[in-house]
Design a protein around this ligand. Sequence first.
Ligand code: BGC
Length: 728
Amino acid sequence: MIIINQMKRILITYLSIVFATFATANICEAQTKPIVVSDAKIKALIKKMTLEEKIGMLHANAKFSSAGVKRLGIPQLMSDDGPLGVREEVRSDWSPAGLTTDSATFFPNGSAVAATWNPALANRFGVALGEETRARHKDVMLAPGINITRTPLNGRTYEYYSEDPYLNAQLVVAAIKGIQTQGVAACVKHYAVNNQETERRKVNAVVDERTLQEIYLPAFKAAITKGGAWTIMTAYNKFRGVYCAENEYLLNNILRKQWGFQGVVMSDWGGTHSSVNSAKNGLDVEMGTDKPYDDYYFAKPLLDSVKMGFVSEKLIDEKVYHILWLMYHTNMNAGKPAGSINTPAHSKVAYDIASEAIVLLKNDKNLLPLNTSRIKSLAVIGDNATQVFHKGGIGAGVKARYEVTNLQGLKNRFGNKVDIEFAQGYKPDFKQSYTDEKKEEANKPNAEMIAQAVALAKTKDAAIVFIGGNRDYESEGHDRTTLALPFGEQQLVDAVSAVNPNTIVVMVGGAPYDLNAIKNNNHTVVWQWYNGAEEGNALADVLSGKVNPSGKMPFTFPAKLDDSPAHALHTFPYDNLTADYKEGLLVGYRWFDTKNIEPLYPFGYGLSYTNYNYTSAVTNKTAYRQGEKIMVTVTVKNNGKYSGKEVVQLYVAKPNSKVMRPEKELKAFAKVWVVAGKQATVTIPVNVSDLAFFNDKTMKWEVEKGEYKLLVAASSKDIRQTKAITIN
Ligand code: BGC
């Protein structure tokens, strides 16, 4: 007995070690050759430069570059968007340059990456994106975009990651480390509190200090202090009345002094508003779009400001120092890799992310995975089955070398076994410039197309209806005005479901939509993202059961818009151009759980073809001190026929706190592979320091003593095991 117990303990310790490192496993961060940046060398170079040459480096000289100094061997600094793949080359007016050499791999969108809850995948995404950026001779990748999902309507929700600062931090740190292995700087954006597109260049975001520190900054902080990002992009908006590009508190105090940022602060395109203030308050490089480059705030006006003594040359030297420091990590790093683009390996990365991102929302009739001995014919319906999603979204568009559409993926996987026919069902038509009447008109159902779809659906064993948004409808530059499904899609779903009892709804989107009717009336619902070049293949593999879905929602779906905090409190989009973040800490599930509001789909939600039992949660101790790690071990049993990956989520609650706390907060997670019928033991570490709240009186993080509850969960609303611990 004693020996058995001892063996058990040894096994548990071993498993703990194995699983404790799960989340960070395979995170590739090392350059093949370590980069040595010589302070003396940089200073010597600066000494040789004229003031004009220095100023030349501080502002754009084309859409995506700033000048070097040729005579001193300093190259231009080349940047490029974007989060979904390296953007195509543009002309001076932003229209495509029309080259044949600038296609790239289209990777799944940000919220898709977040839905994988898999930092190792985010890291592979980063490496692949870095390789493509390097191969295109760019030094700065303007990604990842990591702003928090404050409102489900934000047009860039699909580009960003999630509503949770911890989840964002884990994923973006992994992505940044990956990008930078290639001698390419990640540029985290948009710093900070940039949570809407409506009047994004004017709106003033007003956020209390604790909320800033606990919700809006953690992913940025992690990006700099843990991810080591070499560049950061300021946001368009004002923060507490001051534009982010000249915000002393955000740039000089927090970013440089507190986080020790050594790299380059660049403005968003056209997001600079002054020469002297921006220079003094922390901006290094002004990027932009319009007006002659010599007229930029950081061009002639800054030169004049130095000459007139408003800005010291020493300050200019500091900025040039940051740029040269960055260059020694990127274009002036002789050991940088060569990069590669459009490779099969990159397609595999896109596929792996896509297949782990897809979320199974409902499967009540166990229609999925599709049984092809029963389902011999499929009606594939809906424009999103044939639509491509690489283009659009302004900054985040990619000229994809290829994109396997959803229909093509189904044909690739089922083609020879199943008879597949397509009907378009609806016609998407959206431009932000349309009048309200025209937008309303485009949202009306198309009776003729619906009739064709219904006729087709009647003749097939099952119907798959592809609906959702697209890259014009969800985009930078505007927020959505409603959660409602566009283009008459609801009517299409209803009509097809009425005639074919085996109707599967596949929703394509990057942000929450109103799925109330579908959740109530349909038995089979799958969430597909703007899921990259391999999206069709990944979806078909999920529908066929080759891949067991393991994606989990990275944001809460409200049952109605007014249930969401910013909308419930009428602080979106703004009052008098001020967005007052009155909900404070209660963003996303923090709001819904604390206020007891039932969401349509909770944060962290997602089904699988199997089901998992969580048992025997234990902690390695019951009481902890500052600086320690809490090890939470739980056994996950796979009760079904399908092996799969489960995301074990660990939320923490602080009963009787002396300060207001959200009902619970995500503090750790791990994605584990569990073989059908077997179980896996997972140990999840939580730093005691991560239980801290930000004390806005002392301006310090503080871990309260006393009891905490650790909630081991399958989603924010599905708590499976609870353990109490004490902090002494
Ligand atoms: C976007 C940035 C983007 C930049 C350059 C801006 O409009 O906000 O995210 O990197 O354009 O395309």
